[in-house]
Design a protein around this ligand. Structure first.
Ligand code: CA
Length: 616
């Protein structure tokens, strides 16, 4: 269409509307930054009949390259090119529709110093996962907020309990004392849903902190406090789905923004269909387009405007909140091509950043498929450096309960480790014993404290990035089949009127203190032991219900030896481990601090782990 004709038509359409029929409600991202590597920015503009206006930008350093309209007159997508000469400050966007002129001031901020070089979480750090609604309630005044449909009810296991950002910031010293170096916090963005709003995965606004947790500014302050205490923060993000109550779902920009069906259609949750060479189109389609749950609509990232929206949203949070990492929810459920494009965009802006994908699959080969650097048969590269080590998790929650076997019991770890060749980078695996979706590890291990200690020791000494679920340090219990509320219970003492405060040593039980002290000791030791962060790994075939591995480098060596026999003391012949021990003369027992002189053998008491740092 020639420009003149377009102008005449636009004026004609605009004139046919009365001025009050045109509104500007929001523009997202709400601001941007100057000096980003990617010169392109797409603004989603929303408001009644806004597409019937003509947007104009006359600002040095900005070119309005393209104006995109959809079938819905309430949306405009503005494609901008940002040039080097663009300065921080306001630019004016003018929307003209007939008589009506709407002016909007859009702000470009200056970036933080060193923003592009920010360093993501890594295997030198112990991560702690907490659920903000269930950790601590630092401000009871925000438990119920105007406009938020679900009200707090601590008696409802599936309800909101009132935990918030203030509650987290009140307890940073507790986490620091435990030795924690990074926090993964379940989603904090708005979930304005009538029920189940506490878990955070049914988002109603991608740019706004849920007011029952605090404001965006409170979230930024929390991250600043974490940084001041030497802790990183990982933001939990969801691209696969959002709430049916999200504002853009209630007024879809276009029909193909989401996957729609005549009748409710659920995903088959068989993530392997996304790469299985034999998968039927039917199964793969159902996996990717089916909804996660009745109240979570499935987003279609094949829609380019939506893909751009999600990518920019992630970059906005990194830059705005000063993030150290992102956890990608339900990684295999989004189109893998989209996630790869997302990863590329993130790492183009922040080459030293880190991202962990929730690759919830049961087999090593399946998880490996989703990690960056894995040599996949179809050439797929996720551009996501870290993935969740679910095979190790399944071994951790069962091996110590089982009798010795060729494949079962302690041998499980031998086979999980032995498949590390599949991964792009085993050191980037997130190693965990439980999380907010799974049985709590102490319950998985049938409340056996000795088994729990062995599981924690493995998690903190194997390759990868260990992640502790809140309350594990106090042996919190819960089984997923009883309901999610049972594995996401309130941290005792997080609420003002709790009968006891387990953040304080004096108010913990003897058993809780024993668990806390054990983890505390192991984590503190791990924090200073570089061979555990980046050393090589070598293991020996399990024998007589024992399993031994070494973490080693040119100058350091640590031995981790498990005895899973319930009653029998085991002596390990030192000569067998000669290839690892040669330059060393003695060792320090990491737990007891005692020296160990190993002439012939190492002895391990029943149902325990021996961790030895070797010395020359
Ligand atoms: Ca609160």
């Amino acid at each position: 269409m020639n420009k003149l004709l377009f102008l005449i038509l636009s004026v004609f359409i605009a004139n046919s509307l009365s001025a009050e029929d045109i509104e500007l409600k929001r523009i997202e991202p709400p601001n941007w930054w100057v000096g980003m590597k990617n010169p392109n920015l797409q603004l989603l503009v929303y408001g009644k009949n806004i597409a019937k206006t003509t947007p104009e930008i006359n600002h040095p350093g900005i070119e309005l390259k393209e104006v995109k309209r959809t079938d819905n007159p309430n949306y405009l997508f503005l494609n901008l090119t940002l040039k080097n000469e663009l300065q921080a400050g306001n630019m004016t966007i003018t929307f003209t529709g007939g008589e009506k002129k709407i002016l909007h001031e859009y702000f470009f901020k200056k970036r933080r110093e060193g923003s592009a070089q920010r360093k993501g979480f890594d295997a030198s750090e112990v991560m702690y996962l907490l659920m903000p609604d269930r950790f601590a309630n630092g401000d009871t005044l925000n438990d119920n907020m105007p406009g938020m449909t679900e009200k707090a009810d601590r008696n409802n296991k599936n309800g909101r309990h009132g935990g918030d950002i203030k509650g987290i910031s009140n307890h940073l010293d507790y986490l620091k004392d435990l030795g924690i170096k990074s926090l993964w916090i379940n989603p904090v963005v708005e979930n304005n849903n009538p029920e189940f709003s506490y878990h955070g995965y049914a988002i109603t606004n991608f740019y706004k902190t849920d007011p029952r947790y605090g404001t965006n500014e409170d979230y930024v302050k929390l991250i600043k406090s974490c940084h001041d205490k030497g802790m990183k923060v990982v933001m939990d993000m969801v691209f696969n789905h959002c709430s049916v109550h999200h504002w853009f779902i209630r007024d879809l920009p276009s029909d193909n923004w989401i996957h729609q069906f005549d009748d409710y259609t659920r995903s088959n949750f068989r993530a392997a269909t996304t790469f299985d060479p034999y998968a039927s189109d039917y199964d793969q389609e159902r996996m990717l387009t089916g909804w996660f749950d009745v109240h979570m609509t499935d987003l279609n990232q094949k829609n380019k405007n939506l893909a751009t929206y999600l990518i920019q949203n992630s970059i906005w949070w990194i830059e705005y909140a000063d993030l150290d990492g992102i956890r990608v929810d339900t990684q295999p459920y989004s189109y893998k091509e989209f996630l790869s494009q997302w990863g590329e965009a993130i790492f183009k802006e922040y080459p030293n950043f880190n991202v962990v994908g929730e690759s919830w699959l049961h087999k090593e080969a399946f998880v490996a498929y989703f990690q960056e650097g894995t040599k996949n048969f179809d050439g797929y590269n996720s551009h996501i450096p870290s993935v969740t080590d679910f095979p190790m998790k399944y071994a951790l929650s069962s091996a110590f309960n089982e009798k010795d076997g060729w494949l079962e019991g302690i041998a499980r770890f031998y086979y999980v480790h032995g498949q590390d060749f599949l991964y792009g980078d085993p050191q980037q695996l997130l190693v965990f014993a439980d999380n907010h979706d799974l049985d709590r590890i102490y319950s998985s291990l049938k409340n056996n404290f000795a088994s729990w200690k062995m599981a924690m020791a493995l998690m903190l000494t194997t390759r990868g990035i260990p992640c502790i679920y809140y309350g594990t340090e106090l042996l919190m219990e819960g089984l997923e089949h009883d309901g999610h509320g049972f594995i996401r219970e309130d941290f005792p003492g997080g609420w003002p009127n709790d009968p006891r405060n387990a953040f304080n040593k004096e108010e913990r039980t003897a058993r809780e203190n024993a668990a806390y002290e054990y983890l505390h000791k192991l984590i503190k030791w791990r924090n200073s032991r570089s061979v555990i962060h980046s050393g090589k790994f070598k293991h020996f075939i399990p024998e007589n219900n024992t399993y031994v591995y070494f973490r080693y480098s040119d100058n350091e060596c640590t031995m981790v030896a498990f005895n899973n026999n319930p009653n029998e003391m085991k002596a390990l012949d030192a000569i067998k481990y000669k290839e690892c021990l040669d330059p060393y003369t003695y060792a320090i027992n990491v737990i007891t601090g005692e020296p160990v002189y190993f002439m012939d053998s190492f002895t391990i008491p029943p149902k325990s782990v021996l961790i030895l740092d070797f010395k020359k």
